[in-house]
Structures are given as C-alpha cells and as structure tokens.
Design a protein around this ligand. Structure first.
Ligand code: URA
Length: 458
C-alpha cells in the first residue's frame, strides 16, 4: 500500500522484504536518496537484496528504469541529424562486440551514442577495455560526447556523475553485494543508461548459457522480453537477440587482448577462433542498421555491415573515435609489442578429448582474478591481464597440447586462475552439438506476448 505522507527508507526495505510492491513515488524516493547520498549505503544494499530475493513487478521495474534515467542529465541526439541507435549486452565473458558493432553501424550512416559500463561480477567492462589504450577518455562531458559523435558517428563513454548517477551508485553497490543477477535490476540498470542517451532504437544482446548472469533460459527470455517491453513503452524501438554465452565470445578475454582481437577483425583478418565474434558483431550491427532506417531488413543491414568491415571504413571510424577521445592510436601499429603482461602461463590440456562443457562464469572469474577485474570498486585493473584461448568448445585436443595462455599482473596471481580454469573446462569423448549463436529474437509483439504468459512467475 502506498501513502502520500513522508517516506522512510526503513519502511520501504521492510515492504520489499515482505514481498510488497513499491509504487513509482516510493521507487523515486529510493533512487533520489541513492544519488544525493541521503540514504546510507547499508540501507540501499538491504533494499537491493530484498528486491533481488523478492523480485520486482513489471510496474516496479518500469518505475525504477524511468527514475534512474531521470536521475541526471540526458543526451539529446537530435542535433546529430541522424537516427541514433545503440546496442547493449547483458554481460558476458570476452564480449567485445561493441568495438565492432559501433563503428560498423556508424560506417553505414547511423549515429551510435554508446554509454557503457565497467567490469561487473565475472563479466568484463567495455570501459575498462577501452582504457587500456593510453589516453582514452571514457568520462566526457555531454558537449564533448556530441562533438565526437558529430566527427566520428560513434562514441563510447561511461556514466559521469551527471549522466545516470543513480546507476553509477547502484551498479557499484550491486557488484559488491551479490545483487547483480536479477531481471528487474538488470533491466532498469541497462535501460536507464540507454534511455538517457535519447536513442531512437536499441538492439539488446541477451546472453544465455553458463556465462550469463541469468543462466536459466527462461530467466534470460523473461529479461529479454522485459527489456523490450520497457524500452518500447518509453518510446524507443527495441529488439532483443538471445545469444549464446556457453563459452567466451571469440578467443580473448581480458582488456587489451580483447581490443587486439576486435581490431584484427576490423582489419579484415578471420582467425577461426574469432568467427563467432565476427558473426555476432555483424548480426547486431545488421539490426542496428535496419532499425536506423538504412536497410529494409536486418539481413540487408548485415550485408552493409560486412561491406563496411571489408572495405576498412569501420576500422577508420574506430581509430578516429579513439583519437577523438584522446587515445593513442599508435599502439595499434604494434599490438603485440604494446602487450606487456607481468607474468604468463601456457595452460596445456590435462586430458585428450573434445572440449565439452565450460563453466563460463568460472572462466570469467579466472580472468578477473588474473587482474583484469577488480575486487573493490575504484581499484585499477590491469590492461594486460586475461586469457587467450587456442582451442574453443567442440575442438579436439591431445593431452599436453596448449589450450590457452594466461596473462597476469604477477606470477603470484596465476595460481588461483589456473586452478579455476582446470575446474571449469570439461572434456568428452564425442564432439558436441554446437549451440546456435542467436537462438531467438524478441520484438515488441513477441515480448508482450511472452510477458503475458510468464510475468506472474517472476
Ligand atoms: N549491464 C549493466 O549495465 N547493468 C547490469 O545490471 C548488468 C549488465
């Protein structure tokens, strides 16, 4: 039950703890208190845990997304004179599609104002990866963001204290309090950033499988439908693609080594271990180009994106964007020479067989503990830590064959990740049936139908 009198955080914690639903005014109170510091972190953390355990209703999720969106400044892309389209993933391991999809879509004539995040839980962060380029600034003012977009067609930045400050506070707190993996909280966090960017259209990449925040397929489908319906309700044309995260995407998981893999593809190279990354980047940018009105279908958008990959125009946009955001583009002249990990270890297959199941969340934890992620908010990350895989799921390996190279800040940080990886990777005698890379697409109609059927169980 809501009231019109004064609100107290302790009442809202109890209400959520006991399974009640907060109304928009109460949600607004929580968000405002998170931003201005009037609600102490322990109370916010308790509320987040209650929300995680009890779940958020559709109305609560919508109210949270909108209050977070409105918690700070907003970007108005209308002055760019182009349709503004972005993509966002729900978080994965080795997911570097943004470095490809943003310049690919920009090369085909849409504007890509991308507000991204940092490493969260076991997943990597686009901003941490970009900051491995010396000088690259992820904290731009909105005027600077607009200037980069006007010059390059794409810009990838982080939240600033002024832009979606509520997510800045809540995202870091969720990361430290085990409250990330909840559909309503993920939906509100992602959409607050995307809607504050004033997008005309949005392509969501919702991960399923062992490395996704929501591992159960029905949870990931619910999240996809929830995000599409919420964003469409706020006036942004949105689709969600359910994509496979039962192994890291591509061959690299870390910071700098992920940029290397993306730039190799932008240069037209096609290492077989990066084929899934190339394909998914083209599919996502195909949808961005289609929703941006530059292609009649997503398939036609794919063909345009592939042409922009092959003729080097997307690479030129990526470098232009890096330069415009203060990054030293010369590091891409000698990518191997720039890579200076503190220590490394080659992991050899400890059995012969086909690489079968992978606990990709554990793989992500190993990557973070090598130094690529942080244990406490604000800690620096190591640009050069990470794992480079030589063999992917389904490959046949012989005992003693190199499977992956681990890069760490120091030799002391290698031991635990080696043990984690050994526990995370399993072998089988027979080859696996590969999971489809894109298993389902949600549009507004299918999302609404899905929610009608499933919302009561979440
Ligand atoms: N990415 C986000 O931006 N927020 C989440 O909660 C999860 C993934």
């Amino acid at each position: 039950m809501s009231s019109s009198g004064p609100l107290h955080m302790i009442d809202l914690i109890r209400k959520k703890r006991d399974g009640g639903a907060l109304d928009a005014r109460e949600i607004g109170f929580v968000v405002a208190g998170a931003v201005d510091g009037s609600i102490p972190l322990e109370q916010l953390a308790a509320w987040l845990m209650a929300a995680w355990l009890r779940g958020l209703s559709l109305d609560e999720t919508r109210a949270l997304a909108m209050a977070m969106r409105d918690s700070g400044e907003k970007f108005d892309p209308s002055r760019l004179g182009k349709v503004a389209v972005d993509k966002h993933s729900t978080g994965g391991v080795g997911d570097k599609t943004s470095f490809l999809a943003a310049p690919l879509a920009a090369a085909c004539g849409v504007a890509v104002p991308m507000i991204s995040g940092r490493a969260l839980g076991h997943t990597g962060g686009t901003l941490d990866k970009l900051e491995s380029i010396p000088g690259y600034r992820t904290a731009l003012t909105l005027d600077e963001f607009e200037a980069v977009l006007t010059r390059c067609g794409a810009s990838i930045v982080g939240q600033t204290p002024a832009l979606v400050p509520a997510d800045r506070v809540l995202y870091a707190l969720r990361d430290r309090t085990g409250t990330v993996e909840n559909p309503g909280l993920i939906c509100a966090s992602i959409l607050s950033k995307k809607l504050a960017a004033g997008l005309d259209a949005l392509v969501l990449d919702v991960k399923t499988g062992s490395g996704a925040f929501l591992r159960r397929r029905e949870d990931a489908e619910y999240l996809a439908a929830l995000m599409v319906a919420t964003a469409e309700g706020a006036g942004t044309r949105t689709v969600a693609l359910m994509t496979d995260m039962s192994q890291p995407l591509g061959r690299a998981a870390g910071n700098w080594i992920e940029l290397v893999e993306a730039v190799e593809l932008l240069r037209g190279l096609r290492p077989p271990e990066s084929e899934d990354l190339r394909e998914l980047s083209l599919v996502l940018s195909g949808w961005m180009i289609h929703l941006g009105g530059k292609a009649a279908t997503a398939e036609a958008g794919y063909a345009l994106a592939e042409a922009a990959l092959m003729d080097g125009s997307a690479l030129a946009i990526f470098f232009k964007m890096v330069d415009a955001q203060g990054g030293d583009v010369s590091v891409f002249d000698d990518m191997a020479g720039f890579h200076k990990p503190g220590a490394m270890h080659v992991l050899e297959a400890w059995e012969s067989g086909f690489i079968a199941e992978m606990d990709t969340t554990a793989v992500g934890m190993a990557v973070q503990r090598l130094g690529a992620g942080r244990e406490k908010a604000g800690e620096p990350v190591d640009a050069h830590a990470g794992v480079l895989f030589d063999a992917r799921r389904g490959a046949r390996v012989e005992k003693g064959q190199p499977m992956a190279t681990l890069y760490a800040t120091s030799a002391a940080r290698l031991e635990e990740p080696i043990a984690i990886l050994k526990g995370a990777i399993h072998f089988s005698e027979r080859p696996l049936l590969a999971a489809p890379l894109v298993s389902r697409v949600f549009t507004r109609e299918t999302a609404e139908k899905h929610l009608e059927k499933t919302a009561s169980s979440f």
